[in-house]
Design a binder for this molecule. Structure first.
Ligand code: SF4
Length: 447
């Protein structure tokens, strides 16, 4: 189907940042008519669908669930007072989500966690948590996406499919654009996909290497052994002919600037953190021969911003527990899924996230039995569980704010249109909750 260009608009705003995936494309043009976004330029289909289609299932008023189990509209005062009361009286509150809101809102969330002794956690607990642990344990050679665009001649994707999940990653940063040292764009680069699946990214790569599912560690450790000069006598490792592995090591050794991106296909496979550890070691080994760096493909547009903000505040990236009055971080102990599986939380608030989509079924069961709050822009499966719902605004469209791209570059996100009348930004909502809790504590003489 051919898409018709949009001509019926009266204003355009350039250099907006897309608030969908961790690419944080900041070259988007919004086309407006009568102060509504009627079209976008430069965004991919995922970003465009999020920016334009905002009215379907939009949450527009605060709601509280009544005794009959029906969500009924209420006032902001009533909903905020109720949440402050619940949080103040709870023993094991959990504040979860944050991947799709601004750093400014996240900072308000951390303040609430501190004053209420909550656990504060984000989507890393179910996605790149293993990566962050490995990075904190071992360290890793970093890079910016700008450096990749201008310098990289060998790009490897491991266990990730950006053609479907981060659609402009190849066209904006790694494969197709002209770079300062790569003036011929695609022709100057070798793209390799390493993935058990033949993905859409594999289809546009120069080379696709598939290995047996669950054999990630063996695959990458063998590359290290070959690089170190060991002779491998096996004909196959992880289901891959050894000649292919020798050939891959030669390509990597001879790169002028190598960039490796990896995704959940690696971190959620058997041995999880161990896979990232061995990948980091491989990249370190390669730096004896050439320049190599690595980055995880982060999903939500500010999932990285939460890790940055919480690490700045506490030294820990996610799953931080303030119940003892100071921050503690123990994966498996203070992380959301584990807390819910042990049925510990007695209050749960999700901000800019939908646990109804993201969590396993058993984990969700506990949410049915405790007070649950949703702060979000749209109706979703989690709304069906929520006792109190607060309608928020879209960062980068209706609210300005800061987000961290997957390579940890902070980007300013503009406010372009007015918010729906009775919605408020996450930052405003959370600061209102904080103020109410502080007041309640003062009244109770509890400081
Ligand atoms: S690649 Fe990601 S950030 Fe860029 S336009 Fe698409 S969804 Fe938005």
């Amino acid at each position: 189907m051919t898409q018709m260009p949009i001509t019926d608009y009266d204003r355009q705003v350039k250099n907006c940042s897309c608030s969908y995936c961790g690419n944080n494309c900041d070259d988007i043009t919004y086309l407006l008519k009568d102060d509504k976004i009627v079209g976008v330029r430069h965004a991919c289909r995922l970003g465009a669908s999020k920016i334009i289609n905002d009215e379907d299932q939009r949450l527009l008023n605060p709601m509280i669930r009544n005794k009959e189990g029906i969500l009924k509209e209420t006032t902001w005062e009533n909903a905020l007072d109720k949440i402050a009361q619940l949080l103040t009286n709870s023993v094991r509150p959990v504040l979860y989500g944050w991947g799709e809101t601004s750093v400014e809102a996240i900072k308000e969330g951390i303040k609430i966690a501190q004053i209420t002794g909550s656990v504060i956690d984000n989507q890393s607990t179910i996605c790149h948590g293993a990566t962050i642990q490995a990075f904190q344990n071992v360290g890793h050679p970093v890079m910016t996406l700008g450096a990749v665009k201008n310098r990289a001649d060998v790009i490897i994707y491991v266990g990730t499919n950006p053609m479907d999940d981060h659609p402009r990653h190849l066209s904006r940063y790694t494969t197709f654009p002209e770079g300062f040292f790569r003036p011929n764009g695609r022709e100057d680069r070798t793209i390799i996909t390493i993935d058990p699946k033949y993905t859409n990214t594999a289809k546009v790569s120069d080379k696709w290497i598939s290995y047996d599912i669950g054999e990630d560690y063996a695959f990458f450790n063998t590359l290290r052994m070959i690089l170190a000069g060991h002779e491998i006598t096996d004909e196959e490792i992880a289901g891959v002919n050894i000649e292919i592995l020798y050939e891959l090591v030669e390509i990597m050794k001879n790169a002028e600037y190598g960039a490796l991106f990896f995704g959940l296909g690696l971190t959620q496979s058997t041995t999880k953190q161990g896979n990232v550890d061995v990948l980091i070691q491989l990249i370190e080994d390669l730096n004896k021969y050439s320049k190599w760096s690595m980055l995880p493909m982060r999903g939500f547009f500010n999932v990285n911003g939460f890790n940055m903000a919480l690490t700045t505040e506490t030294g820990y990236p996610y799953g931080v527990d303030y119940s003892r009055g100071y921050p503690r971080y123990m994966v498996g102990e203070t992380t959301t899924i584990d807390l819910l599986n042990r049925r510990e939380p007695d209050f749960f608030m999700a901000v800019a996230a939908d646990p109804g989509v993201q969590f396993p079924g058993y984990t969700i069961k506990h949410l049915v039995d405790i007070p649950v709050v949703q702060v979000d822009t749209h109706w979703g499966p989690y709304t069906e569980l929520a006792d109190i719902v607060l309608p928020s605004t879209r960062v980068g469209v209706e609210t300005k704010g800061t987000a961290y791209r997957m390579d940890s570059i902070p980007l300013y996100m503009k406010k372009v249109i007015e918010k729906p009348e009775n919605c408020h930004s996450d930052q405003w909502i959370l600061s209102q909750i904080y103020n109410r809790i502080e007041k309640l504590k003062q009244e109770n003489g509890d400081n």
